[in-house]
Design a protein around this ligand. Structure first.
Ligand code: MEV
Length: 326
């Protein structure tokens, strides 16, 4: 038996634009996914599924998914999850048909859009496979395997989610060939944030594709948006490092408007952003894929964090209280 862990993530600046090679800033969050993998004799592994576990089977492996979830997420993502596991096994040259496996997913990270759930599960599974088969994968190799797994969820991931899931921390990321650029960012102290969950599951593949189509139809407008997105990331890195949180918040608001312009917001996300701003969040924006999934609000100090999170909860949403940086 072997275990592995992957962190959830929040993208603070530059989602979507990062797919086109622009820089972005992301951080791991406190919630994480744990994978446990055992060698199972025969196709159906021993043991009973945990209460409410979602079960699916592939070529020689069985998955018991006990992560908390946004209702409907696991069923909707099941084909992608299956493809993802097969891709990771293939890249590691593990033939589960000959060595049957039981994979269990648990941990406090919600299986939901926008919080890096797929990447966290990929990093956790990659680490557990490394342990079980004595592969001794380095973090960089775990990241590569997790990236392969992410392709099962959305064909052309930028790599920002699997990087956060593997290493944790707050960092600037730029997709590159052959290597991505990853630069840690220090804030001096942790800064509280709230992540509001729209409760809707989003398809990253479809939404990234929609942005691609809208860009192809109006390249001039998108060039201007991309230029602004890049300026926001560079300025927000400086502001984060200087501890200028009011400025960071303003930049988040500006980044949110760009995401609205490229068509990845949604009614519930706008409602959550509105709640956060009314309660005094310094900035609030969509995070990750958008349309559904999560938004993020900058709420330094426990009191502001509580006020914002409670207001979201009163409106019927769930909220994740966590922090970024140090
Ligand atoms: C998804 O968490 C972030 C996107 O930018 C896609 C990607 O980076 O691959 C929307």
């Amino acid at each position: 038996m072997a275990n592995g862990l992957g962190y959830g993530k929040v993208i603070l600046f530059g989602e979507h634009f990062v797919v086109y090679g622009l820089p972005a800033i992301a951080s791991a969050v406190s919630d994480s996914t744990l994978a446990e993998i055992t060698l199972a004799k025969g196709a159906t592994p021993p043991g009973r599924p945990g209460p409410g576990a979602f079960i699916q089977e592939g070529r020689g492996w069985t998955l018991h998914d006990s992560r908390p979830e946004t209702p409907g997420y696991k069923v909707e993502k099941a084909p992608e999850q299956k493809r993802s596991i097969e891709l990771m096994l293939a890249v590691l040259k593990i033939d589960a048909a000959r060595t049957p496996l039981k994979i269990t997913l648990a941990g406090d990270l919600k299986a939901a859009s926008g919080v890096g759930a797929s990447a966290a599960s990929c990093a956790a599974i990659a680490r557990a496979l490394s342990g079980l088969f004595g592969l001794g994968l380095s973090d960089a190799q775990v990241n590569e395997v997790a990236h392969e797994g992410e392709k099962g969820y959305h064909g052309t991931p930028s790599g920002i989610d699997d990087t956060a899931a593997t290493y944790g921390g707050l960092f600037l990321f730029r997709k590159g060939q052959p290597k991505n650029l990853v630069e840690p960012i220090r804030t001096g102290r942790p800064v509280e944030i709230v992540m509001g969950n729209s409760g809707l599951t989003a398809s990253t593949t479809k939404i990234v594709d929609g942005v691609r189509q809208r860009r192809a139809a109006d390249p001039g407008r998108f060039d201007r948006i991309f230029a602004e997105a890049e300026r926001i990331v560079q300025e927000s890195r400086r502001a984060l490092q200087a501890g200028e949180l009011e400025r960071v918040g303003e930049l988040m608001d500006r980044n949110h408007r760009l995401l609205v312009e490229i068509g990845v917001s949604g009614e519930r996300l706008e409602q959550l952003v509105g709640i956060a701003k009314r309660e005094g969040a310094l900035g609030a924006k969509i995070t990750g894929t958008g349309v559904g999934g999560y938004m993020v609000a900058l709420t330094p100090g426990r009191e502001l964090q509580q006020n914002v999170a409670r207001a979201m909860e009163r409106a019927g949403f769930s909220a994740l209280r966590t922090s970024i940086g140090k």
